[in-house]
Design a protein around this ligand. Structure first.
Ligand SMILES: Cc1cc2nc3c(=O)[nH]c(=O)nc-3n(C[C@H](O)[C@H](O)[C@H](O)COP(=O)(O)OP(=O)(O)OC[C@H]3O[C@@H](n4cnc5c(N)ncnc54)[C@H](O)[C@@H]3O)c2cc1C
Ligand SMILES: Cc1cc2nc3c(=O)[nH]c(=O)nc-3n(C[C@H](O)[C@H](O)[C@H](O)COP(=O)(O)O)c2cc1C
Ligand code: SF4
Length: 652
């Protein structure tokens, strides 16, 4: 199909550069630096993959300008000469692709290892439900020192060859704290009126312009508003950006709205599934009041057609993709060439935020197993094999795709009417439909790579024998757990997945047995879709959502989120409560003290976890090279299923 991509490559000048296209990477913490803050080979590989993938401009993640107040470890540092060799190698690598590279410079303020802020206003710690960060108030001398540290960092960046810097003024980090009337109550030259609250940012931008000369690119990222009561509004940001433009700014980057305290207000339900936030009307406004380019973040908007239209309409100058470029580093090349169906679109599962930001793990992407691992292309196999994949969930899709890329003959067998497995079920709770992106992409890959798909076909040993495989990938996933509780085999009990699939009748008084992620998401859907009189959510463990990622959980229960409103509308959580029997009219249970109770209901939904389904493994073992992957090996998450499939298929 011929597509209009003229907006994506519409000419654009940034400083002295003609930018080849308007799809750039968004600054995003890769967690690939050394513990001390040095750029590593993995950092360089990450950014090089996105340059190779066609981005018009590369911007680094936030680099620390002040060694005393860094963000989480490891954060790339630029506060000392000793960090420059790594920066130099990164710059040389990206310049080999004939595109500019910008260094984002950052001070963590109250989110740093030594929390400091303009006035010591407490801030919610989003990764930890109900906890607040207390910070020390900066003195006037310290503020002036921080200003000079920003300018010194920009000079270092220029010395190693960066084409510019981007001053991080968003997401409640130090500069946004200074600009916010909610956080900044100072009465010296850095606080008070909107102009005075903009002083620190203006001194930094002006200072960099004076020190680095007219050709050096200086960007500033800030938010339109922060949704905090008494916080930043568009009127105030209007004043800020006009001051910064006068101080010598080269571009303004409109970050997403909100702060760590208010992100959850973005449309969300059980878990935070961000919908496209709609940045282009806002960038159009800032373009109307500024004379410099205005860029923005993907912010959940991953449709190249929408980007193209926004550029053609002059509503925005460039889109900077964060998560989408984790999911597919080649997005820019594919978008510009019109090969849009080939883009592996981010499913907005939040795994990256949890793995990379909240948990002490490495940043990983659920759908891109190469992310953070050098993103090496799949190599062709020396010996071509006959590969059979059983199961069309994410593990099966990835095993089949990689096997076909290696040149093997691939047949995938799926007992359901379509591929997707539990990834399809995972797409059914409220606002998780984006999970379908991966299934649709998988189908497209199968079409391009010639994978034979047998739907509505249960794999049996006989069927597999008839296909004479060299290798069998057993990706048969998980099945609902049925713990040995009296009455659990009553056919009137409903499985959570049948509720999600719309196959169940829901009465007025409901029990959901199990309050892990599936039980919570199912309860959420029941409350919204069926509005029962009561829903009792029973959990044996001491808390709801104990298998959920901390960020998902924090978003779920945050003030103003949807889920807590169910508590006023009949949802009654019961933790430390063990179901002892299922009956026609409810359940019997005991609490932590051993007190027995009866809980009546007309509908009982089972959400008691999943167990691996790998019964075929024994029947096939010894006959074929059988590789059990995904939930069939161990019930886990999409990221694990796809990574394991990728790893095993690459070496087959
Ligand atoms: C409601 C729900 C919400 C979830 N939410 C998330 C989430 O937010 N984030 C996350 O990371 N994970 C989530 N998960 C978990 C995630 O969906 C699974 O970890 C993932 O799908 C496992 O992939 P898999 O390919 O190993 O197995 P599955 O997705 O279970 O796929 C197995 C496939 O094998 C097929 N099959 C089985 N036996 C045979 C046979 N004999 N012949 C042919 N076909 C067969 C099945 O029909 C199925 O299609 C959720 C799960 C559920 C149920
Ligand atoms: C794990 C993670 C780390 C991030 N680190 C940064 C950062 O260092 N600097 C920054 O300006 N934005 C950072 N962001 C914000 C993203 O660049 C981007 O604005 C945001 O994810 C929304 O856009 P998207 O939908 O394109 O991802 C980060 C986001 C994530 C998920
Ligand atoms: S981990 Fe999930 S949310 Fe993050 S980039 Fe990958 S698909 Fe998107």
């Amino acid at each position: 199909m011929t597509r209009d991509t003229s907006g994506l490559i519409k000419p654009l000048k940034l400083g002295r550069f003609n930018i080849k296209n308007r799809i750039w990477n968004s600054p995003l913490w890769t967690r690939t630096a050394s513990v001390e803050g040095e750029i590593t080979d993995r950092t360089i590989a990450h950014y090089e993959a996105r340059a190779r993938g066609g981005c018009g401009v590369i911007t680094t993640e936030a680099c620390s300008v002040d060694g005393r107040h860094t963000w989480k470890t490891p954060q790339i540092a630029i506060y000392d000469e000793k960090f420059l060799p790594g920066h130099r190698r990164l710059v040389e690598t990206i310049h080999a692709y004939n595109i500019p590279i910008i260094c984002q410079i950052h001070h963590a303020g109250m989110f740093g290892n030594d929390p400091v802020s303009p006035s010591g206003v407490k801030c919610a710690d989003l990764g930890k439900v109900g906890e607040f960060i207390e910070s020390r108030v900066l003195t006037l001398e310290e503020i002036e020192e921080i200003r000079d540290l920003f300018i010194a960092a920009a000079c270092r960046a220029q010395a190693v060859g960066y084409d510019g810097v981007e001053v991080h003024g968003a997401t409640a980090y130090l500069l946004e704290q200074f600009f916010s009337p909610h956080n900044n109550h100072r009465e010296d030259k850095y606080g008070g009126s909107v102009e005075k609250r903009a002083t620190l940012a203006a001194e930094i931008v002006g200072g960099i312009r004076a020190a680095c000369g007219p050709d050096f690119i200086i960007g500033y990222c800030g938010a339109d508003c922060d949704w905090v009561d008494g916080g930043i509004t568009r009127d105030q940001t209007t004043v800020l950006v006009q001051i910064l433009e006068k101080a010598g700014l080269s571009y303004f980057d409109l970050q997403t709205d909100g702060t760590y305290e208010t992100f959850h207000r973005i449309e969300c339900s059980a878990g935070y599934r961000r919908q496209p936030i709609g940045q282009f009307d806002k960038t159009a406004y800032y373009k109307s009041i500024l004379h410099i380019p205005v860029t923005t973040r993907g912010a959940g908007e991953y449709d190249p057609e929408h980007w193209n239209t926004a550029f053609l309409n002059d509503e925005c100058d460039a889109i900077r993709l964060g998560k989408q470029l984790l999911a597919d580093p080649d997005t820019a090349n594919k978008a510009v060439s019109g090969d849009w169906e080939n883009i592996r679109t981010c499913i907005k599962c939040g795994n990256c935020i949890n793995s990379g930001e909240v948990m002490p793990f490495e940043l990983s992407c659920a759908v891109n197993p190469g992310m953070g691992r050098y993103e090496k292309p799949v190599e062709p196999a020396w010996v071509k094999k006959n590969v059979v994949v059983v199961g069309g969930g994410p593990a099966g899709i990835e095993a089949a795709r990689v096997s076909a890329l290696r040149g093997h003959k691939v047949t995938l067998i799926e007992k359901n009417e379509d591929i997707g497995g539990n990834l399809y079920v995972a797409s059914l709770p409220i606002s998780k439909e984006t999970f379908m992106n991966y299934i649709n992409w998988g189908k497209e890959q199968f079409r391009r790579l010639g994978v034979k798909v047998m739907l509505n076909t249960e794999a049996t040993p006989e069927l597999i024998d008839s296909l004479q495989p060299d290798t069998v990938f057993l990706a048969t996933g998980g099945k609902p757990a049925m713990p040995p509780i009296p009455g659990i085999d009553n056919p009137k009990l409903i499985k959570a997945e049948d509720v999600l699939k719309g196959k169940a009748e829901i009465g007025r008084n409901v029990i959901v047995a199990g309050a892990g992620e599936v039980g919570i998401e199912t309860s959420d859907l029941i409350m919204v879709k069926y509005q029962p009189e009561s829903l009792t959510l029973i959990e044996m463990r001491p808390d709801l959502g104990m298998d959920m990622n901390p960020m998902d959980k924090a978003m779920l229960f945050a003030n103003g989120a949807l889920f807590p409103t169910h508590f006023q509308n009949g949802l009654r959580p019961m933790v430390n409560t063990r179901i002892t029997a299922f009956r026609e009219d409810g359940v019997t249970a005991v609490d932590a003290e051993g007190n027995a109770m009866e809980i009546p209901a007309d509908t009982i939904v089972l959400a008691m976890g999943y167990v691996s389904e790998k019964s075929l493994a024994e029947k096939l073992s010894g006959k074929y090279d059988v590789k059990v992957i995904g939930d069939a090996a161990k019930v886990s998450k999409i990221v694990t299923a796809i990574y394991q499939a990728n790893l095993f298929a690459r070496s087959n």
